[in-house]
Design a protein around this ligand. Structure first.
Ligand SMILES: CC(C)(COP(=O)(O)OP(=O)(O)OC[C@H]1O[C@@H](n2cnc3c(N)ncnc32)[C@H](O)[C@@H]1OP(=O)(O)O)[C@@H](O)C(=O)NCCC(=O)NCCS
Length: 155
């Protein structure tokens, strides 16, 4: 299904909902590091884009990408569980990738928990390849997978 939800840049009012989604969907079982203040800093950061879909009081999805010289880094990404498998994650990811491409990024990096099969399938489906297993990358001892997608040919 193709989503018809508009994707927009986050505003400060979106920070609490993004932080809550990070706590519930990404950092569950771990110390909550992406709280509202940190999200608000990312929203203000000129080298970072926080993209969202949905209203601040009914957020459907978000993605945070930082743009650093030739690399872009997808820092945090989630879709509300009631809206998964409807294409909204793909739409938000494509939005962030288009900005990275326009900004001249050569590649996008992202990490996922090794046991997060949904995310690994999702990123693989979008052309990210798994380049490294990072042993015990997460505080609960779970391994991480480093993925990357090349936007321009490697020189
Ligand atoms: C991973 C996540 C972002 C995917 O978002 P989504 O909106 O459901 O993804 P889409 O609907 O755009 O899916 C696109 C494709 O990715 C793959 N995919 C997505 N979720 C999948 C799952 N649970 N199992 C297998 N493949 C999956 C499928 O190929 C899917 O296409 P299909 O539905 O036609 O089969 C979502 O499951 C999520 O928020 N998970 C919790 C947070 C998280 O893990 N974030 C990423 C780590 S930082």
């Amino acid at each position: 299904m193709i989503t018809d939800l508009a994707i927009r840049l986050a505003v400060p009012a979106d920070a609490p909902a993004i932080a809550a989604m990070s706590r519930d969907y990404i950092e569950q079982g771990l110390p909550w590091s992406w709280q509202s203040q940190r999200i608000a800093r990312a929203i203000r950061d000129p080298n970072t884009n926080v993209a969202v879909a949905g209203r601040a009081d009914a957020l459907v999805a978000f993605g945070i990408m930082s743009y650093l010289e030739t690399d872009a880094h997808l820092l945090l990404f989630a879709v509300h569980h009631d809206h998964r498998r409807t294409g909204i994650g793909s739409a938000v990811l494509r939005w962030l990738e288009e900005v990275a491409q326009a900004a001249g990024s050569k590649r996008i990096r992202v990490e996922a928990r090794r046991d997060n099969t949904a995310a690994r399938h999702f990123y693989n489906e979008h052309g990210y390849h798994e380049r490294q297993i990072a042993s015990a990358m997460y505080r609960d001892g779970v391994d991480g997978i480093r993925l990357e997608k090349w936007l321009r040919a490697q020189s």
